[in-house]
Design a protein around this ligand. Sequence first.
Ligand SMILES: *[C@@H]1O[C@H](CO)[C@@H](O)[C@H](O)[C@H]1NC(C)=O
Ligand SMILES: *[C@@H]1O[C@H](CO)[C@@H](O)[C@H](O)[C@H]1NC(C)=O
Length: 225
Amino acid sequence: MINTHQTSVFPPTVPPRLSQRTPASAAPRRGPGRAALRVLVGVVVFHLLLSLGGFYYLYTGRMVTITLSPRVSAERHPEECHPAMASMIVKPLPHRATDTTTEPQYLQWNMAHSKRCRVDYYQASWLKMKQAGYYYVYARVSFSRGGAPGQPLVSKVMLKHDETREPEDKMKAYCSLGNRSIGQCTASQGQLLHLEVGNLLSVWVENATWVDYEKHATTFGMYKL
Ligand SMILES: *[C@@H]1O[C@H](CO)[C@@H](O)[C@H](O)[C@H]1NC(C)=O
Ligand SMILES: *[C@@H]1O[C@H](CO)[C@@H](O)[C@H](O)[C@H]1NC(C)=O
């Protein structure tokens, strides 16, 4: 009975022994164990942060430097570009606007996609000078059809001294479809012009529906010398 009691009692006393051991001898061991665990967790977290930071730098570091670099911010904010210039992308006619008989046939420019630095614009057709000086001005107008057969096609760069003045011819170029009324021809022109602040330039054609609005076929631009 005693033996069985002892044996049956023994197992229950094992947990007390363990619990007795822990406060007596294992408690001082736990301290360094916890500290070591903390150090280990700290090292793991530190390495995790380091590698995350490394990946962040690898994948986004370049983008961060681009957004912070002054050159790109200058491109985003055209006012910060140094040489005044404009490189225009033509804006196709809306399909319904085939009969604009009384309207002056000034080409319109896609202001959102064109490049401009220190050159303003007015009414989607006119570039407005913000700096006086000599500018090389160019225009390339391609046509995909014409009027009466044999009639030459003309494009002109027009100048207005300011928004209230009448436009005047400044540059002219011609091309011909021969005796056909459908075909391709391009009138190119480039010239040095002295322009004042507030001067406006635009490209005029006889009939805007004859112009080739294909990408890169028709353009207009300038740069300050
Ligand atoms: C322009 O050309 C189109 C097609 O050739 C023609 O229908 C229209 O009358 C022309 N407009 C002018 C002002 O000549
Ligand atoms: C157009 O030109 C071709 C030769 O270049 C000629 O044979 C033809 O008769 C001309 N057509 C007209 C309508 O003038």
